[in-house]
Design a protein around this ligand. Structure first.
Ligand code: RB5
Length: 147
């Protein structure tokens, strides 16, 4: 079975955490599509949310990770797309719920607000936890602009 692909993108506030998480992803059996940013220059987080949303839409990636300083701006930007369910997560419980109840396809964290070990734990849980479906499927379907 071929590895699934996860797209990863960040602004300058998330670069260090992105590098840490990318190292873990191969070990979890995921192929990484690194969409930047990769330098210290100040960039605009909405541009990276758009690039990642495009990668999901086109099928180049099945899941995504977005990082900015707080995770707030980049999650707002990503959730403007109907096919994106981006969950801003701060701890293991949130990571688990984002999958079980919300079927989140994008994990968002703040490079300046979360410790790297907590972030690594959140990533592992996000990748390993299945959506529960049932009543949650009805609720998730109501998140769409097309209902
Ligand atoms: C950039 O300085 C910062 O505003 C950005 O990384 C993010 O925290 C926005 O929500």
């Amino acid at each position: 079975m071929s590895a699934k692909t996860i797209a990863v993108a960040c602004d300058h506030g998330g670069i260090e955490l992105k590098q840490i998480l990318i190292q873990d992803l191969a070990g979890f059996g995921w192929k990484v599509l690194d969409l930047g940013t990769n330098g210290p220059e100040s960039v605009d987080y909405p541009d990276f949310a758009v690039t990642l949303a495009d990668a999901l839409k086109s099928g180049r990636a099945e899941r995504g990770i977005l990082l900015c300083g707080t995770g707030i701006g980049i999650s707002i930007a990503a959730n403007r797309f109907d096919h994106v369910r981006a969950a801003l997560v701060h701890d293991a419980f949130g990571a688990r719920m984002s999958r079980q109840h919300n079927d989140a396809n994008v994990l968002v964290m703040g490079g300046r607000t979360i410790g790297s070990e907590v972030a690594r734990d959140c990533l592992k849980i996000f990748l390993e936890t299945d959506f529960e479906g049932g009543r949650h499927a009805r609720r998730v379907s109501k998140l769409s602009n097309t209902h």
